[in-house]
Design a protein around this ligand. Sequence first.
Ligand code: GUN
Length: 282
Amino acid sequence: MAIILDGKKLRDKLLEELKLKIDRLSEKPCLAVILVGDDTPSRIYVNNKKRAAESLGIVSEVFEYPGNVAEEEIIKKIQELNADKSVNAILVQLPLPEHINSRRVINSISPEKDVDCFTDTNTGKLFAGQPPAVYPCTPKGILLLLDEYGIDLDGKHVVVVGRSNIVGKPMSMMALNRNATVTVCHSHTKNLAKITKTAEVLISAVGEVLIKEDMVVKGCIVIDVGISKNSVGKLCGDVDFNSVSKVASYISPVPGGVGPMTITSLMLNTYDLYCEQKKRSL
Ligand code: GUN
């Protein structure tokens, strides 16, 4: 049986340490979140982020807009938040409605306050192998989890399934920056199983149950980033946990694996941006 990569346990440890640091601050870090429309999962994510922030003493302000809001109105709010010295971190919850140019909105965030590392400036740094302001939350959380269990990516074949800007692309770059050999698979990949069977580390971020036992070799380290519901409405990931956990050496569960680590990274990033801004204003 595989060893479980326990994201809840690591979250509790890291957030306890972070809370002690925040308790010592006279002025608290502030995270501003922009939520557009009424996408239910986005609303749940934003509520979870707000709750985590408040439990640490991070000030969290959520700005909500109806789905038909004009792009300019969101950009104006972001410019206001950029100029507001009491705001340290800005997050625009994705996806945005179709009529909005997401790249334009994201790029209006000041790179110093870009808590997701989604602006062109920060992704450019990431791709150039230079440190961005902070690292994207989900891939950062995955690397923290691997580090906790002493799993080194250097020289390993890492197969990433999914090529999203939020997870797949930055994850592949961050694994490459750690000297992994990286393959990125996606919806047009031919014979996916042939490739996943060559993985020493398999990271799946697709959003449907896709990874079965016959796609994974014995000893593989399996990271499940997916979140969906199965036919009876139970929360599940991309990986068929019951069968794959019999062949994997390590596996992250859903729930309780990558999800808690993503929120943890967001809290750590907010604190890091706060510290960087304070240092710069001295
Ligand atoms: N939507 C799904 N995941 C994320 C994330 O990590 N950050 C933002 N801003 N939106 C998301």
